[in-house]
Design a protein around this ligand. Structure first.
Ligand SMILES: Cc1cc2nc3c(=O)[nH]c(=O)nc-3n(C[C@H](O)[C@H](O)[C@H](O)COP(=O)(O)O)c2cc1C
Ligand code: SF4
Length: 425
Protein backbone atom coordinates (compact mmCIF):
# COMPACT_ATOMS: atom_id res chain seq x y z
CA UNK A 1 0.00 0.00 0.00
CA UNK A 2 1.17 3.50 -0.83
CA UNK A 3 2.41 5.32 2.27
CA UNK A 4 0.56 8.63 2.49
CA UNK A 5 1.05 9.47 6.11
CA UNK A 6 4.77 9.93 6.75
CA UNK A 7 6.21 10.83 10.11
CA UNK A 8 9.25 13.06 9.73
CA UNK A 9 8.06 15.80 12.05
CA UNK A 10 5.04 14.10 13.58
CA UNK A 11 6.98 11.01 14.61
CA UNK A 12 6.58 11.78 18.34
CA UNK A 13 3.00 13.02 18.19
CA UNK A 14 0.73 10.79 20.23
CA UNK A 15 3.74 8.72 21.33
CA UNK A 16 5.52 10.94 23.84
CA UNK A 17 4.14 12.91 26.77
CA UNK A 18 4.20 16.58 25.71
CA UNK A 19 4.30 17.60 29.38
CA UNK A 20 7.56 15.77 29.99
CA UNK A 21 10.98 16.79 28.68
CA UNK A 22 12.30 13.36 29.72
CA UNK A 23 9.81 11.70 27.42
CA UNK A 24 11.17 13.81 24.51
CA UNK A 25 14.79 13.10 25.50
CA UNK A 26 14.12 9.34 25.68
CA UNK A 27 12.86 9.54 22.08
CA UNK A 28 16.23 11.03 21.04
CA UNK A 29 15.17 14.64 21.51
CA UNK A 30 17.74 17.45 22.09
CA UNK A 31 20.59 15.21 20.85
CA UNK A 32 20.69 17.23 17.63
CA UNK A 33 20.79 20.56 19.46
CA UNK A 34 23.67 19.35 21.63
CA UNK A 35 25.63 18.19 18.59
CA UNK A 36 25.40 21.46 16.68
CA UNK A 37 27.83 23.31 18.92
CA UNK A 38 30.73 21.43 17.35
CA UNK A 39 29.58 22.54 13.87
CA UNK A 40 29.98 25.99 12.39
CA UNK A 41 26.99 28.11 11.44
CA UNK A 42 27.64 28.00 7.66
CA UNK A 43 27.63 24.22 7.80
CA UNK A 44 24.17 24.14 9.45
CA UNK A 45 22.78 26.80 7.12
CA UNK A 46 24.06 24.87 4.08
CA UNK A 47 22.32 21.70 5.28
CA UNK A 48 19.05 23.61 5.60
CA UNK A 49 19.55 25.19 2.15
CA UNK A 50 20.26 21.76 0.67
CA UNK A 51 17.00 20.44 2.15
CA UNK A 52 15.13 23.05 0.05
CA UNK A 53 12.83 23.62 2.99
CA UNK A 54 10.35 26.41 2.26
CA UNK A 55 8.40 28.35 4.88
CA UNK A 56 5.18 26.69 5.94
CA UNK A 57 3.47 29.90 7.06
CA UNK A 58 2.06 30.55 3.61
CA UNK A 59 4.53 32.42 1.42
CA UNK A 60 6.91 29.46 0.93
CA UNK A 61 10.12 31.51 1.14
CA UNK A 62 13.31 29.35 1.22
CA UNK A 63 14.13 28.92 4.91
CA UNK A 64 17.91 28.42 4.59
CA UNK A 65 18.25 31.65 2.59
CA UNK A 66 16.33 33.62 5.21
CA UNK A 67 18.51 32.25 8.01
CA UNK A 68 21.64 33.07 6.00
CA UNK A 69 20.58 36.71 5.50
CA UNK A 70 20.24 37.17 9.26
CA UNK A 71 23.45 35.24 9.98
CA UNK A 72 25.43 37.56 7.67
CA UNK A 73 24.28 40.72 9.43
CA UNK A 74 26.90 41.66 11.96
CA UNK A 75 24.45 43.51 14.20
CA UNK A 76 23.29 42.73 17.74
CA UNK A 77 20.84 41.99 19.13
CA UNK A 78 19.04 39.85 16.55
CA UNK A 79 15.72 38.15 17.24
CA UNK A 80 14.03 34.90 16.29
CA UNK A 81 10.24 34.79 16.27
CA UNK A 82 8.22 31.64 15.94
CA UNK A 83 4.95 32.61 14.33
CA UNK A 84 2.30 30.56 16.13
CA UNK A 85 -0.57 32.97 15.50
CA UNK A 86 -2.47 30.55 13.25
CA UNK A 87 -5.55 32.74 12.86
CA UNK A 88 -6.67 31.65 9.41
CA UNK A 89 -9.87 29.55 9.41
CA UNK A 90 -9.19 26.01 8.23
CA UNK A 91 -5.67 25.80 9.66
CA UNK A 92 -4.91 23.96 12.88
CA UNK A 93 -1.68 22.07 12.12
CA UNK A 94 0.53 24.39 14.22
CA UNK A 95 -1.72 23.85 17.23
CA UNK A 96 -1.28 20.10 16.70
CA UNK A 97 2.53 20.43 16.81
CA UNK A 98 2.48 22.80 19.79
CA UNK A 99 0.21 20.54 21.82
CA UNK A 100 1.89 17.26 20.90
CA UNK A 101 5.60 18.00 20.54
CA UNK A 102 6.56 21.39 22.07
CA UNK A 103 10.19 20.38 22.64
CA UNK A 104 10.74 19.65 18.96
CA UNK A 105 9.84 23.28 18.26
CA UNK A 106 12.13 24.52 21.05
CA UNK A 107 14.94 22.34 19.68
CA UNK A 108 14.31 23.73 16.18
CA UNK A 109 14.48 27.27 17.59
CA UNK A 110 17.78 26.53 19.40
CA UNK A 111 19.36 25.18 16.19
CA UNK A 112 18.05 28.07 14.06
CA UNK A 113 19.10 30.70 16.59
CA UNK A 114 22.59 29.20 16.86
CA UNK A 115 22.95 29.14 13.05
CA UNK A 116 21.85 32.77 12.67
CA UNK A 117 23.69 34.12 15.76
CA UNK A 118 20.54 35.01 17.68
CA UNK A 119 20.25 35.06 21.47
CA UNK A 120 16.62 36.02 22.04
CA UNK A 121 13.57 34.13 20.80
CA UNK A 122 9.83 34.75 20.98
CA UNK A 123 6.94 32.44 20.36
CA UNK A 124 4.07 34.67 19.22
CA UNK A 125 1.06 32.49 19.91
CA UNK A 126 -2.62 32.91 19.17
CA UNK A 127 -4.40 34.05 22.36
CA UNK A 128 -7.12 31.40 22.07
CA UNK A 129 -4.57 28.56 22.17
CA UNK A 130 -4.78 28.24 25.97
CA UNK A 131 -3.88 24.56 26.08
CA UNK A 132 -0.83 25.07 23.84
CA UNK A 133 0.28 28.11 25.86
CA UNK A 134 0.23 26.03 29.08
CA UNK A 135 2.19 23.21 27.44
CA UNK A 136 4.76 25.62 26.00
CA UNK A 137 5.25 27.49 29.28
CA UNK A 138 5.98 24.20 31.01
CA UNK A 139 8.25 23.01 28.20
CA UNK A 140 10.33 26.20 28.21
CA UNK A 141 10.71 25.99 32.01
CA UNK A 142 11.84 22.37 31.74
CA UNK A 143 14.30 23.20 28.94
CA UNK A 144 15.82 25.96 31.11
CA UNK A 145 16.10 23.59 34.10
CA UNK A 146 17.93 21.02 31.96
CA UNK A 147 20.26 23.69 30.57
CA UNK A 148 19.03 23.65 26.95
CA UNK A 149 17.98 27.30 27.25
CA UNK A 150 19.78 30.10 29.05
CA UNK A 151 23.34 31.36 29.24
CA UNK A 152 26.38 29.46 27.93
CA UNK A 153 24.31 26.42 26.91
CA UNK A 154 26.33 23.30 27.80
CA UNK A 155 29.55 25.32 27.89
CA UNK A 156 29.20 26.26 24.22
CA UNK A 157 29.39 29.99 24.87
CA UNK A 158 25.99 30.29 23.14
CA UNK A 159 23.20 32.11 24.98
CA UNK A 160 19.58 31.66 23.96
CA UNK A 161 16.25 31.98 25.69
CA UNK A 162 12.61 32.05 24.62
CA UNK A 163 9.71 34.23 25.75
CA UNK A 164 6.07 33.49 24.97
CA UNK A 165 4.05 36.39 23.65
CA UNK A 166 0.33 35.83 23.37
CA UNK A 167 -1.67 37.68 20.71
CA UNK A 168 -5.13 39.08 21.35
CA UNK A 169 -6.97 37.20 18.63
CA UNK A 170 -6.39 39.47 15.61
CA UNK A 171 -5.75 37.52 12.40
CA UNK A 172 -3.64 40.37 10.96
CA UNK A 173 -1.10 39.85 13.78
CA UNK A 174 0.13 36.77 11.89
CA UNK A 175 1.45 39.19 9.25
CA UNK A 176 5.08 39.66 10.15
CA UNK A 177 5.16 43.43 10.69
CA UNK A 178 1.83 43.50 12.52
CA UNK A 179 3.28 40.77 14.74
CA UNK A 180 6.44 42.82 15.31
CA UNK A 181 4.41 45.94 16.20
CA UNK A 182 2.43 43.82 18.65
CA UNK A 183 5.60 42.48 20.31
CA UNK A 184 6.82 46.09 20.55
CA UNK A 185 3.67 46.88 22.53
CA UNK A 186 1.80 48.75 19.80
CA UNK A 187 -1.44 47.96 17.98
CA UNK A 188 -0.79 45.13 15.51
CA UNK A 189 -0.66 46.85 12.12
CA UNK A 190 1.49 46.11 9.09
CA UNK A 191 4.40 48.38 8.11
CA UNK A 192 5.82 49.35 4.73
CA UNK A 193 8.19 46.84 3.10
CA UNK A 194 11.12 47.07 2.40
CA UNK A 195 12.95 47.06 4.70
CA UNK A 196 11.98 43.49 5.58
CA UNK A 197 12.06 42.10 9.13
CA UNK A 198 15.30 40.20 8.43
CA UNK A 199 17.10 43.56 8.36
CA UNK A 200 14.80 45.83 10.41
CA UNK A 201 12.31 43.93 12.55
CA UNK A 202 11.72 44.17 16.31
CA UNK A 203 12.96 47.61 17.42
CA UNK A 204 14.56 47.86 13.96
CA UNK A 205 16.93 45.00 14.73
CA UNK A 206 17.37 41.97 12.39
CA UNK A 207 14.48 39.57 13.04
CA UNK A 208 14.02 36.10 11.67
CA UNK A 209 10.36 35.04 11.60
CA UNK A 210 9.40 31.46 10.90
CA UNK A 211 6.31 29.36 11.19
CA UNK A 212 5.89 26.63 13.86
CA UNK A 213 6.01 23.84 11.26
CA UNK A 214 9.07 25.32 9.54
CA UNK A 215 11.03 25.46 12.81
CA UNK A 216 9.77 22.03 13.88
CA UNK A 217 11.21 20.56 10.67
CA UNK A 218 14.74 21.80 11.37
CA UNK A 219 15.73 19.10 13.95
CA UNK A 220 14.83 16.36 11.44
CA UNK A 221 16.90 17.96 8.67
CA UNK A 222 19.95 18.47 10.89
CA UNK A 223 19.65 15.03 12.53
CA UNK A 224 18.91 12.93 9.44
CA UNK A 225 20.51 15.13 6.78
CA UNK A 226 19.16 17.05 3.81
CA UNK A 227 19.59 14.03 1.54
CA UNK A 228 17.07 11.99 3.47
CA UNK A 229 14.66 14.90 3.61
CA UNK A 230 14.86 15.52 -0.15
CA UNK A 231 14.45 11.82 -0.95
CA UNK A 232 10.71 12.45 -0.46
CA UNK A 233 8.63 14.77 -2.61
CA UNK A 234 8.86 16.06 -6.16
CA UNK A 235 11.60 17.84 -8.14
CA UNK A 236 10.22 21.25 -7.12
CA UNK A 237 8.87 20.48 -3.64
CA UNK A 238 10.89 18.46 -1.19
CA UNK A 239 10.01 16.54 1.94
CA UNK A 240 6.71 16.49 3.73
CA UNK A 241 4.21 19.04 4.91
CA UNK A 242 1.30 19.10 7.31
CA UNK A 243 -2.21 19.32 5.98
CA UNK A 244 -5.20 20.46 8.06
CA UNK A 245 -8.09 18.50 6.56
CA UNK A 246 -11.60 19.67 7.48
CA UNK A 247 -15.16 20.06 6.24
CA UNK A 248 -17.27 17.27 4.76
CA UNK A 249 -14.90 14.32 5.09
CA UNK A 250 -15.26 11.19 7.17
CA UNK A 251 -11.92 11.67 8.90
CA UNK A 252 -10.80 15.22 9.68
CA UNK A 253 -7.46 16.02 11.19
CA UNK A 254 -3.81 16.88 10.71
CA UNK A 255 -1.81 14.65 8.37
CA UNK A 256 1.86 14.75 7.45
CA UNK A 257 1.99 14.06 3.73
CA UNK A 258 4.74 13.80 1.13
CA UNK A 259 4.79 16.57 -1.47
CA UNK A 260 3.38 15.19 -4.71
CA UNK A 261 0.29 13.67 -3.09
CA UNK A 262 -2.91 14.72 -4.86
CA UNK A 263 -5.83 16.54 -3.27
CA UNK A 264 -7.92 13.52 -4.29
CA UNK A 265 -5.67 11.17 -2.29
CA UNK A 266 -5.83 13.49 0.72
CA UNK A 267 -9.62 13.53 0.66
CA UNK A 268 -10.29 9.89 -0.17
CA UNK A 269 -7.35 8.00 1.34
CA UNK A 270 -6.60 10.06 4.42
CA UNK A 271 -10.01 11.67 4.87
CA UNK A 272 -11.88 8.44 4.00
CA UNK A 273 -14.15 10.20 1.52
CA UNK A 274 -17.34 12.21 1.86
CA UNK A 275 -20.00 11.23 4.45
CA UNK A 276 -23.00 9.47 2.95
CA UNK A 277 -21.14 9.06 -0.33
CA UNK A 278 -22.18 12.59 -1.38
CA UNK A 279 -20.50 14.55 -4.14
CA UNK A 280 -17.86 17.18 -3.61
CA UNK A 281 -19.03 20.63 -4.62
CA UNK A 282 -15.81 22.52 -4.02
CA UNK A 283 -12.53 22.32 -2.17
CA UNK A 284 -10.86 25.35 -0.65
CA UNK A 285 -7.10 25.14 -0.40
CA UNK A 286 -4.87 26.94 2.09
CA UNK A 287 -7.58 28.44 4.28
CA UNK A 288 -10.10 31.28 4.09
CA UNK A 289 -7.77 33.34 1.89
CA UNK A 290 -7.10 30.41 -0.45
CA UNK A 291 -8.50 29.41 -3.83
CA UNK A 292 -11.71 27.40 -4.34
CA UNK A 293 -11.42 24.60 -6.87
CA UNK A 294 -14.09 22.39 -8.44
CA UNK A 295 -14.12 18.55 -8.08
CA UNK A 296 -12.73 18.21 -11.63
CA UNK A 297 -9.45 19.70 -10.37
CA UNK A 298 -8.77 17.51 -7.33
CA UNK A 299 -6.15 15.47 -9.12
CA UNK A 300 -3.97 18.53 -8.51
CA UNK A 301 -0.80 17.51 -6.71
CA UNK A 302 0.67 19.28 -3.69
CA UNK A 303 3.62 20.78 -5.49
CA UNK A 304 4.72 24.42 -5.60
CA UNK A 305 5.31 24.33 -9.37
CA UNK A 306 1.99 22.67 -10.15
CA UNK A 307 0.12 25.16 -7.98
CA UNK A 308 1.97 28.09 -9.63
CA UNK A 309 1.13 26.77 -13.11
CA UNK A 310 -2.55 26.74 -12.17
CA UNK A 311 -2.37 30.21 -10.62
CA UNK A 312 -3.09 28.77 -7.15
CA UNK A 313 -1.43 29.11 -3.76
CA UNK A 314 -0.97 26.37 -1.19
CA UNK A 315 -1.02 28.75 1.79
CA UNK A 316 -0.52 27.06 5.13
CA UNK A 317 -1.78 23.69 3.89
CA UNK A 318 -5.50 23.63 4.70
CA UNK A 319 -7.83 21.43 2.65
CA UNK A 320 -11.49 22.31 3.28
CA UNK A 321 -14.02 20.02 1.63
CA UNK A 322 -17.54 21.25 0.85
CA UNK A 323 -20.14 18.75 -0.30
CA UNK A 324 -23.11 19.27 -2.63
CA UNK A 325 -25.55 20.24 0.13
CA UNK A 326 -23.91 23.63 0.49
CA UNK A 327 -24.46 26.90 -1.26
CA UNK A 328 -21.19 28.38 -2.50
CA UNK A 329 -22.42 31.98 -2.18
CA UNK A 330 -23.27 31.40 1.49
CA UNK A 331 -19.80 30.04 2.10
CA UNK A 332 -18.18 32.99 0.33
CA UNK A 333 -20.32 35.31 2.44
CA UNK A 334 -19.02 33.68 5.65
CA UNK A 335 -15.48 34.13 4.42
CA UNK A 336 -16.02 37.82 3.68
CA UNK A 337 -17.65 38.38 7.09
CA UNK A 338 -14.40 37.04 8.56
CA UNK A 339 -12.26 39.41 6.49
CA UNK A 340 -14.48 42.43 7.17
CA UNK A 341 -14.09 41.72 10.87
CA UNK A 342 -10.33 41.13 10.67
CA UNK A 343 -9.38 44.07 8.42
CA UNK A 344 -7.27 46.39 10.59
CA UNK A 345 -8.62 49.45 8.77
CA UNK A 346 -5.24 50.97 7.99
CA UNK A 347 -5.72 51.11 4.23
CA UNK A 348 -8.79 52.14 2.23
CA UNK A 349 -8.98 49.28 -0.32
CA UNK A 350 -9.26 46.59 2.33
CA UNK A 351 -11.29 48.57 4.87
CA UNK A 352 -13.91 49.66 2.33
CA UNK A 353 -13.88 46.80 -0.19
CA UNK A 354 -14.75 44.07 2.32
CA UNK A 355 -17.93 45.96 3.18
CA UNK A 356 -18.91 46.59 -0.46
CA UNK A 357 -18.20 43.00 -1.48
CA UNK A 358 -20.48 41.74 1.29
CA UNK A 359 -23.28 44.06 0.19
CA UNK A 360 -23.00 42.84 -3.40
CA UNK A 361 -22.81 39.18 -2.35
CA UNK A 362 -26.04 39.68 -0.42
CA UNK A 363 -27.74 40.79 -3.64
CA UNK A 364 -26.59 37.60 -5.40
CA UNK A 365 -27.85 35.51 -2.51
CA UNK A 366 -31.23 37.32 -2.60
CA UNK A 367 -31.23 36.80 -6.40
CA UNK A 368 -31.68 40.50 -7.01
CA UNK A 369 -28.25 41.14 -8.51
CA UNK A 370 -27.72 42.74 -11.92
CA UNK A 371 -25.03 42.43 -14.59
CA UNK A 372 -23.68 45.75 -13.31
CA UNK A 373 -23.28 44.19 -9.83
CA UNK A 374 -21.22 41.41 -11.35
CA UNK A 375 -18.85 43.80 -13.11
CA UNK A 376 -18.64 46.04 -10.02
CA UNK A 377 -17.84 43.01 -7.89
CA UNK A 378 -15.06 41.94 -10.25
CA UNK A 379 -13.50 45.36 -10.41
CA UNK A 380 -13.60 45.82 -6.60
CA UNK A 381 -11.97 42.41 -6.12
CA UNK A 382 -9.18 43.26 -8.55
CA UNK A 383 -8.54 46.70 -7.08
CA UNK A 384 -8.44 45.19 -3.59
CA UNK A 385 -5.95 42.51 -4.67
CA UNK A 386 -3.69 45.03 -6.41
CA UNK A 387 -3.76 47.94 -3.98
CA UNK A 388 -4.21 46.59 -0.44
CA UNK A 389 -1.36 47.42 1.88
CA UNK A 390 -0.72 43.94 3.27
CA UNK A 391 -1.25 40.26 2.52
CA UNK A 392 -4.60 40.19 4.32
CA UNK A 393 -6.31 42.53 1.86
CA UNK A 394 -4.33 41.20 -1.10
CA UNK A 395 -5.47 37.61 -0.47
CA UNK A 396 -9.00 38.19 0.91
CA UNK A 397 -10.54 38.30 -2.62
CA UNK A 398 -8.93 35.00 -3.71
CA UNK A 399 -11.87 32.77 -2.72
CA UNK A 400 -14.41 34.87 -4.64
CA UNK A 401 -12.11 35.43 -7.62
CA UNK A 402 -11.55 31.69 -8.03
CA UNK A 403 -15.26 31.00 -7.45
CA UNK A 404 -16.04 33.47 -10.23
CA UNK A 405 -13.70 31.49 -12.47
CA UNK A 406 -14.79 27.96 -11.59
CA UNK A 407 -18.36 28.42 -10.31
CA UNK A 408 -19.55 31.36 -12.37
CA UNK A 409 -22.99 29.84 -12.81
CA UNK A 410 -23.54 30.34 -9.06
CA UNK A 411 -23.27 34.09 -9.58
CA UNK A 412 -25.24 34.04 -12.82
CA UNK A 413 -28.09 32.29 -11.02
CA UNK A 414 -28.27 35.38 -8.80
CA UNK A 415 -28.97 37.48 -11.90
CA UNK A 416 -30.85 35.36 -14.43
CA UNK A 417 -33.96 33.29 -13.68
CA UNK A 418 -32.95 30.61 -16.20
CA UNK A 419 -29.89 29.71 -14.05
CA UNK A 420 -31.78 27.48 -11.65
CA UNK A 421 -28.93 25.06 -11.22
CA UNK A 422 -27.37 26.74 -8.19
CA UNK A 423 -29.08 24.63 -5.57
CA UNK A 424 -29.78 21.59 -7.73
CA UNK A 425 -28.07 18.60 -6.10
C1 LIG B 1 -2.78 38.33 7.32
C2 LIG B 1 -1.64 37.37 7.45
C3 LIG B 1 -1.67 36.41 8.46
C4 LIG B 1 -0.62 35.51 8.59
N1 LIG B 1 -0.69 34.59 9.59
C5 LIG B 1 0.35 33.74 9.76
C6 LIG B 1 0.33 32.80 10.83
O1 LIG B 1 -0.61 32.73 11.61
N2 LIG B 1 1.39 31.96 10.95
C7 LIG B 1 2.48 32.03 10.10
O2 LIG B 1 3.43 31.29 10.27
N3 LIG B 1 2.50 32.90 9.09
C8 LIG B 1 1.49 33.76 8.91
N4 LIG B 1 1.55 34.68 7.90
C9 LIG B 1 2.78 34.72 7.08
C10 LIG B 1 3.85 35.48 7.86
O3 LIG B 1 3.68 36.86 7.61
C11 LIG B 1 5.27 35.07 7.48
O4 LIG B 1 5.39 35.07 6.09
C12 LIG B 1 5.62 33.69 8.02
O5 LIG B 1 5.44 33.63 9.41
C13 LIG B 1 7.08 33.38 7.69
O6 LIG B 1 7.41 32.10 8.16
P1 LIG B 1 7.84 30.94 7.16
O7 LIG B 1 8.91 31.51 6.27
O8 LIG B 1 8.36 29.86 8.05
O9 LIG B 1 6.62 30.56 6.40
C14 LIG B 1 0.49 35.59 7.71
C15 LIG B 1 0.51 36.54 6.69
C16 LIG B 1 -0.54 37.42 6.56
C17 LIG B 1 -0.49 38.42 5.45
S1 SF4 C 1 -4.80 45.24 3.80
FE1 SF4 C 1 -6.35 45.24 5.43
S2 SF4 C 1 -5.32 44.32 7.16
FE2 SF4 C 1 -3.73 44.95 5.69
S3 SF4 C 1 -3.15 47.03 6.29
FE3 SF4 C 1 -4.79 47.25 4.81
S4 SF4 C 1 -6.63 47.38 6.11
FE4 SF4 C 1 -5.03 46.52 7.38
Amino acid sequence: MKKYNLAFITRNCGKIDPHSIDSYIEAGGYDTALNIFSRNCENIINEIKKSELRGRGGAGFPTGTKIEIVYKLNITPKFLVCNADEGEPGNFKDRFLLENDPHQLIEGMIITAYAAGISKGYIYIRGEYNKAIGILEKAIKQARQKGFLGKNIFGSGFNFDIEIYSGAGAYVCGEEFALIESIEGKAGRPRNKPPYPVSAGIFNQPTLINNVETLSTIPFIIREGAEKYTSIGTPSSKGTRLVSLSGNVNRRGVFEVPFGISVHEIIFNLGKGIPGGRRIKMVQLGGASGPCIPPEMIDLRLDYEEFDKNGLSMGAGAVIVIDDRHDILDILRNIMVFFRHESCGKCTPCREANRHILNILDKFIARTATEKDLSTLESILNVMTDTSFCGLGQAAPTAILTALKYFRYEFLSGIYKEFEIRNAV
